[in-house]
Design a protein around this ligand. Structure first.
Ligand code: SF4
Length: 291
């Protein structure tokens, strides 16, 4: 099945293969500290979805060097890197705090772009102005955790913001020429194929430049684990998941890049489904089915 991959979109924009270098900023999330909620989204681990980045106690340059060292042999010397502020809510801080970190990342000689993961309800005007200034110096991507377009499911997963805030954030970022990427999850509690495809249609037609899919997986220490133990959720098989993803790809406009067909949680925390941890098997399957 033909779709625009992130690699193709990066090639058009940067003229080279791009890799992510994950870094952590010393921030938390309004879903955890009580501003919006406690305990976080039901699927989110204590590390705030940033287990692949190094410690926020290191400076940004050292974190980028660590991340590059992990992939540089595979990436080769012509690769470019995107400094990816991955864990928690990276705009949940004063704009100047994030600006300092972004400037340090942008100064790294191998960094060609910045990517910032956040929530749509944590983008006040001052933050968007700062991101826009940065975007004039170096391309900035904002990754927004939508997960679902249903406010009902949003409540069930303790997302603590309304779906319309997502569209508003995308439009304000787009007005400044900042690329946006939506994160969506397939298999959320109470949702089936129809609800997921509704989410994909909603996200893909909201003005985003890219979309990231992941299959719901259960991590140790999360609310989702408690629901899983009580038998309240069912999880998708690999084939069942990709059957739905194939339908999702068919509803995405051709200018929206697919940044990920599925995600994998940290192995040491993963409880189920175990196929999501078998990277080689998943990649082989994706290549056979979608390659
Ligand atoms: S908003 Fe993001 S970081 Fe915060 S709890 Fe939800 S998934 Fe985790």
């Amino acid at each position: 099945m033909k779709y625009l991959s992130a690699n193709e979109q990066y090639k058009q924009r940067f003229g080279r293969k791009m890799y992510k270098a994950s870094v952590s900023l010393d921030v938390t999330c309004p879903n955890r500290d009580g501003k919006k909620g406690y305990g976080g989204c039901i699927f989110c681990s204590a590390g705030g979805s940033g287990e692949f980045s190094s410690s926020a106690s290191k400076c940004i340059t050292d974190q980028i060097n660590d991340a590059i060292a992990l992939v540089s042999r595979k990436a080769g010397k012509d690769a470019g890197y995107i400094a990816y502020f991955q864990s928690f809510t990276n705009t949940y801080c004063p704009a100047d705090h994030l600006r300092c970190a972004l400037e340090e990342a942008a100064d790294h000689p191998d960094v060609y772009a910045l990517s910032v993961a956040t929530r749509p309800d944590c983008l006040p005007d001052e933050m968007i102005s700062m991101l826009s200034e940065m975007n004039e110096k170096i391309p900035v991507y904002i990754e927004l955790g939508l997960q679902t377009s249903s406010d009902e499911t949003g409540e069930l997963i303790n997302r603590c913001y309304r779906t319309e805030e997502f569209r508003d954030a995308v439009s304000r970022l787009r007005d400044k020429g900042i690329y946006t990427i939506a994160h969506v999850i397939c298999g959320l509690p109470g949702e089936g194929e129809k609800e997921f495809l509704d989410t994909v249609r909603y996200a893909a037609h909201s003005g985003v430049d890219g979309i990231k899919f992941t299959c719901l997986y259960v991590l140790r220490g999360t609310k989702l684990e408690e629901m899983y133990d009580r038998g309240q959720i069912s999880l998708l098989s690999m084939e069942g998941y990709f059957d739905i993803i194939e339908k999702a790809l068919a509803v995405i406009p051709e200018n929206v890049a697919v940044h990920r067909l599925t995600g994998d949680g940290p192995k040491k925390l993963l409880i189920a489904p175990m196929w999501t941890a078998d990277k080689r098997r998943v990649i082989n399957y994706i290549n056979r089915r979608f390659g």
